[in-house]
Design a protein around this ligand. Structure first.
Ligand code: MLT
Length: 286
C-alpha cells in the first residue's frame, strides 16, 4: 500500500502493475482487500480464463481467453475506510467521487480509466461518471444498485450510524455478515466470512458512521443509466440477497449496450467469493 496525499486527507492505495489503468472501489463497510483476487490476476501477464457467453439472467460458460495483457490495478481504501484518513460527521458519495479524481491527479494518471465499483463503490462509480465523465473509459458495476434509499431505509441507516459511533463496528458485522454471502460460503469457506468480519471490525467507527450518513442521502442514479455512453460490464452474484440478479438485470438493461454476467455460487461479495470468475469476466471486458 502507498499513501497518496490529497488536499485534505491521505488515501491508502494499492497500486500494482502497469498498462491501462483500472480503478477498483470497495463496498461498505469494507476495504480495497475485497479486490485482491482481481488485482493479482489482472496486474500480471498471463492467460485468464474468460466467460465465453453471458446471456442475461444466466451464468456464462468458461473458456480460455486471449487476454494476456496487463493492467495497472489501483485500489484505494476510500475516505473513512481501512488505512485511509477519516473525516467525521458525514462523507457524501460526491465527495468520494471527487477524492478519486484527486487521487488520479496525485498518481499522475491522466488517461481515462476503467472504474469498477462494488455496491457502495458502484454508487461512487455512477457519481464519477456524472461528475468526471472525461476521465472514464468504461465502468464495471458489481453487486450494486441505481436507486437511492427509501425514506425508511435512510432513517435506519442514520440510526445505525449513531450506534456504530457509540458501540463500534461490531454493530455492522452482526447486521451485515448474514446477508453478504452465498449460502454455501459460510459452510465451505468459513475463513472467508472470518476475513470479512475482521475487515469490518478493523474499521474506524467514526469513519464508518460518516460514510453511512452519506449513503443515506446519496443521489438516485436511475435516470442516469440510459445516458451512460461508455462500455459497461454489470456483474452480480447469483445469490446476491442485497442487490439481487433481478435488480442488476434491470440495471443492465437500462444501460445501452451493457454486458451482464452472473457469477455462480456468489452472494453480494462476488469478487471475494469467486475471484477467478470475476477476474475472468473483467478480463474479457478489458
Ligand atoms: C455495500 O456493500 O456497499 C452496501 O451494501 C451498500 C449499501 O448498504 O447500500
Amino acid at each position: 500500500m502507498q499513501t497518496v496525499r490529497l488536499p485534505d486527507i491521505d488515501l491508502a492505495v494499492e497500486d500494482q502493475g502497469s498498462g491501462p489503468p483500472v480503478v477498483l472501489l470497495h463496498g461498505f463497510p469494507l476495504t480495497h482487500a475485497i479486490w485482491a483476487g482481481q488485482i493479482a490476476a489482472l496486474a500480471k501477464k498471463g492467460t485468464v480464463p474468460i466467460c465465453a457467453k453471458h446471456p442475461p439472467g444466466r451464468s456464462g460458460k468458461w473458456g480460455l481467453s486471449p487476454f494476456s495483457g496487463r493492467c495497472r490495478m489501483i485500489a484505494p481504501d476510500l475516505r473513512g475506510f481501512g488505512q485511509s484518513s477519516i473525516t467525521p460527521g458525514r462523507v457524501t458519495i460526491p465527495q468520494l467521487a471527487d477524492d478519486l479524481a484527486a487521487m488520479l491527479d496525485a498518481l499522475g494518471v491522466s488517461e481515462p480509466v476503467v472504474l469498477a465499483g462494488l455496491s457502495m463503490g458502484g454508487y461512487v462509480a455512477m457519481q464519477f461518471f456524472q461528475a468526471h465523465r472525461q476521465r472514464l473509459r468504461g465502468l464495471v458495476l458489481c453487486d450494486t444498485r441505481a436507486a437511492a434509499d427509501a425514506p425508511e431505509v435512510a432513517r435506519a441507516r442514520l440510526q445505525t450510524a449513531d450506534r456504530v459511533e457509540r458501540e463500534g463496528p461490531g454493530v455492522l458485522a452482526d447486521a451485515m455478515l448474514p446477508r453478504l454471502f452465498s449460502p454455501a460460503t459460510p459452510v465451505r469457506r468459513p475463513e472467508l466470512v472470518e476475513q470479512v468480519r475482521q475487515m469490518i471490525l478493523g474499521g474506524n467507527p467514526r469513519g464508518l458512521a460518516a460514510a453511512a450518513r452519506g449513503l443515506a442521502e446519496r443521489p438516485d442514479f436511475t435516470d442516469l443509466l440510459p445516458r451512460i455512453d461508455l462500455p459497461v460490464l454489470v456483474v452480480v452474484g447469483s445469490d446476491d440477497a442485497i442487490s439481487t440478479p433481478e435488480e442488476m438485470g434491470a440495471l443492465a438493461r437500462a444501460i445501452p449496450g451493457a454486458r451482464y454476467v452472473q457469477i455462480a455460487a456468489a452472494g453480494h461479495l462476488s469478487p471475494l467469493e469467486q475471484p477467478a470468475a470475476v477476474a475472468a469476466a473483467m478480463a474479457e471486458f478489458l
